[in-house]
Design a protein around this ligand. Structure first.
Ligand code: UT7
Length: 320
C-alpha cells in the first residue's frame, strides 16, 4: 500500500534590514502625518534596506536561516522559488537564481513568481504540488522585497505604506496530515489590474487604495470562510491567524467577519509596514522567535495584492 505524501512547512525564517524609518521621518519628506498613517493603517514604522542591499541580499539572509532550521544542507534543496515585486533585475536573471547561487546551490531549478502581496500563498501552492507529486523532497520558498526601490517618495498615497524585508521557508514532506499543508487556495482577477500596478511608464507602485481596501475585506472574508468550511475546521480550532500585513483595519475587519478571536491574530504591520510577499513569512517567524509557535499548531493564512491576486492556506507548523 502506498503511503500518501503531504507537503509540510519544515522551517520558517526572516530577515529585516537595519534602517528603521518612523512615520515622523516620512513627515520630513512627504506631506503626511504620523497621526494619519497610524490611524488609517496601524503602521508606526518600517525598515528600509541600504542602497547597496538588494532583494536577493535580504532573501539570502532569510533563506540561510530557513535551511539551518530545517536541519538540511543547502545542497539538499531541490528547487528555489522567490516571490517578489521588487526583483534585483527588471526582467532577468530572476532573484531566485541569484539567491540560490549565494547559498552555494548550483544546477537546481530556480525561478521567480509575480503575484505581488499574495506571493507567499502562491509559493505554498506551487511547492505543495511539486512535493505531493513526488517530484521533489525539499523546496526553498522565499518572499524577498526591497519595496523601497519601487516607491515614489513624492506619492503619499503609497510611500508611507510599505517596508523592506524577507521571509523564507523550507517545504518538505510528511505522511501525517496533522503535520501537513492541509489546503491552499489561490485566485486572481485581472479585471482589477489597474487598481494596483507599476505602470509601464514608471517603475513605481500606483494604487487606488480605497477601492483595493473594499475588495480586500470582502474577498478575504469570503475566501477564509470558504477554506475553513471546505476543510471542516472551525475558527476556534485555529491556533494562529496570520494575515498579509497591509493595513490593521483590513486585518481586523476580516478577523471580525470570520469570528476569529483577536488574541489569535498575529500583527506585525505596526513594526514593518506592508512588506508584500515577505509579510506572511515574516509574521510567522515573529511568533516563532517569540517562542509562541509550536510544532503541531494549526495556522490560517490569507493574502491579497496586485493583479488582483488573493489566497488563503490552512497548515500545521512542522518545524522545531
Ligand atoms: O498589500 C496589497 C494590498 N494593499 C492594500 O491592502 C491597501 C489597501 N488600502 C488601504 O490600506 C487604504 O485604502 C489606504 C491606507 C491606502 C488609504 O486609506 P483610506 O482610508 O482608504 O483613505 P483614502 O485613500 O480614501 O484617502 C483619504 C484622505 C484623502 O484626502 P481627501 O481627499 O479626503 O482630502 C487622501 O488624500 O487621506 C489623504 N491621504 C493622506 N493624508 C496624509 C492619503 N494618503 C495620505 C497620507 N498622509 N500618507
Amino acid at each position: 500500500m502506498n503511503t500518501k505524501i503531504y507537503a509540510s512547512l519544515k522551517s520558517i525564517a526572516s530577515f529585516v534590514p537595519n534602517r528603521n524609518v518612523s512615520n515622523k521621518d516620512l513627515e520630513k519628506i512627504v506631506d503626511t502625518s504620523d497621526d494619519w498613517i497610524t490611524k488609517r493603517t496601524g503602521i508606526e514604522g518600517r525598515y528600509f534596506a541600504e542602497d547597496n542591499q538588494k532583494s536577493s541580499d535580504l532573501g539570502f539572509e532569510a533563506a540561510k536561516i530557513a535551511i539551518h532550521r530545517a536541519n538540511i544542507k543547502a545542497t539538499d534543496v531541490d528547487m528555489i522559488i522567490c516571490a517578489t515585486l521588487s526583483p534585483d533585475y527588471l526582467a532577468m536573471p530572476s532573484t531566485a537564481t541569484i539567491i540560490s547561487y549565494k547559498l552555494g546551490i548550483e544546477n537546481k531549478p530556480a525561478f521567480d513568481i509575480s503575484s505581488a502581496c499574495s506571493g507567499f500563498i502562491y509559493l505554498l501552492s506551487i511547492a505543495k504540488a511539486y512535493i505531493e507529486s513526488g517530484m521533489y523532497d525539499n523546496i526553498l520558498i522565499i518572499g524577498a522585497e526591497k519595496t523601497s526601490s519601487v516607491l515614489d517618495f513624492r506619492d503619499r498615497n503609497t510611500c508611507v505604506l510599505f517596508g523592506d524585508g524577507a521571509g523564507a521557508a523550507v517545504i518538505g514532506k510528511t505522511n501525517e496530515i496533522k503535520k501537513a499543508i492541509v489546503d491552499v487556495h489561490i485566485s486572481a482577477n485581472g479585471k482589477y489590474a489597474n487598481l494596483l500596478m507599476t505602470p509601464m511608464d514608471s517603475p513605481f507602485i500606483k494604487m487606488k487604495g480605497n477601492e483595493v481596501f473594499k475588495l480586500a475585506v470582502k474577498t478575504l472574508a469570503n475566501d477564509v470562510e470558504e477554506i475553513l468550511k471546505k476543510n471542516n475546521i472551525k475558527p476556534k480550532d485555529i491556533d494562529f491567524f496570520i494575515p498579509h500585513q497591509a493595513n490593521l483595519r483590513i486585518i481586523n475587519a476580516v478577523g471580525n467577519m470570520v469570528d476569529i478571536d483577536s488574541s489569535k491574530i498575529v500583527l506585525t504591520v505596526q513594526k514593518y509596514g506592508n512588506t508584500s510577499a515577505a509579510s506572511i513569512p515574516m509574521a510567522i517567524d515573529e511568533i516563532y522567535r517569540e517562542r509562541k509557535l509550536k510544532n503541531g499548531d494549526l495556522l490560517l493564512l490569507d493574502a491579497f495584492g496586485g493583479g488582483l491576486t488573493w489566497g488563503s492556506s490552512l497548515l500545521y507548523f512542522n518545524g522545531s
